[in-house]
Design a protein around this ligand. Structure first.
Ligand SMILES: [Zn+2]
Length: 339
């Protein structure tokens, strides 16, 4: 066992967790911490990290302040080593697509057992919307009759996909994307460099998503701009571009198109359309856009989103679907801009 000084620092809430943090601390101070919490909000805001911090704070043997894990006590160390006997975390297994009823039953049983360390017991369910119907149902008993001194933290980016019976039995804790300046500052601390606003926008303002996307985005952004420029300049035809997109990273490409069109529409409306073309020399949209029809831009954006939704649901002939989207795109964006 190493000395206290060399142990890793306690995990901390992230800079934009102020609201949920205050609410949870107030509940704790007044002895009204609920037995079940529903942490919800877009992906990439650190909800799971918050859940783990909360577990640490609740399970800490020597909190520095109310609900503030010390990071060095036996409880904190056990948690950091992922071997705390009173802590369980559940997520979709690597080779599976859903959280099974067995996983939830096991979690509920552990939550109902007497604490090994004479304290509280905490369970975290990550991506809870991916529980099977049976799994969600098996959670109800625990939600209705919570074991004493237990805390169940249900985390999801899609609360609407959880059964209402589960939602209504948890106290909700909302997570929201921080102001851009807060996200930018945090990203700079993490990467040691400025992160382009476009990456943050592409990640819907979610800092952790932006951190993950920063490298891949720059690469995708370059490739997509080149592809559109090739189409615009007649160096490539729709069929070959559609075939290439259908083969590789189609969802990412459509995500990029969604981002690019949304941004284009917004900037066009606010009269600064030239920002869309800012780099890579692929001037697809000129600074004044008399020929651009905002309605057809929206139409193209709708079509991109519809294709993304359809892709997730059904096997469809991707090349043909992409060709139709590209046809739209050429008519509404690329060709008018060349006139
Ligand atoms: Zn501690």
């Amino acid at each position: 066992v190493s000395s206290a000084g060399s142990s890793p620092a306690a995990i901390a809430p992230l800079p934009w967790h102020g609201d949920p943090l205050e609410r949870i601390r107030a509940a704790w101070s007044s002895g009204r911490l609920p037995h079940a919490l529903l942490l919800h909000g877009p992906q990439g805001l650190g909800k799971v990290a918050f859940a783990h911090w909360l577990a640490a704070a609740v399970l800490c043997d020597a909190p520095l302040a109310p609900l503030d894990a010390c990071g060095t006590c036996a409880g904190c160390r056990l948690l950091q080593a992922a071997s705390h006997p009173d802590f369980t975390t559940v997520k979709v297994a690597q080779d599976k697509s859903a959280i099974s009823v067995e996983q939830i039953r096991d979690t509920c049983e552990r939550l109902a057992m007497t604490s090994y360390r004479c304290g509280a017991k905490v369970a975290v369910i990550e991506e809870a919307h991916r529980m099977t119907v049976n799994a969600a149902n098996s959670l109800l008993k625990t939600l209705e009759e919570p074991p004493p001194n237990s805390l169940l933290v249900v985390v999801t980016s899609r609360p609407g996909a959880l059964p209402a019976t589960v939602r209504s039995r948890c106290q909700r804790l909302a997570f929201r994307a921080p102001p851009r300046s807060v996200a930018r500052e945090w990203l700079e601390q993490q990467t040691g460099a400025a992160v382009a606003d476009a990456v943050l926008e592409y990640s819907a303002g979610a800092p952790l998503a932006a951190l993950a996307a920063a490298g891949p985005f720059a690469e995708l952004d370059g490739r997509m701009r080149r592809a559109l420029a090739d189409l615009a300049e007649g160096r490539a035809d729709i069929a070959s571009v559609a075939a290439a997109w259908a083969r590789d990273q189609l969802d990412e490409r459509l995500g990029w198109l969604d981002f690019w069109l949304s941004r284009g529409i917004r900037l066009h409306i606010s009269g600064i359309a030239d920002h869309v073309t800012q780099s890579q020399g692929a001037t697809l949209l000129p600074s004044s856009l008399p020929a651009l029809n905002i309605t057809s831009l929206y139409g193209t954006l709708d079509r991109v989103r519809e294709l993304r939704r359809t892709l997730a649901r059904t096997a469809l002939q991707k090349e043909l679907a992409v060709e139709m989207v590209l046809g739209d795109l050429l008519r509404s964006v690329v060709l008018p801009a060349r006139r």
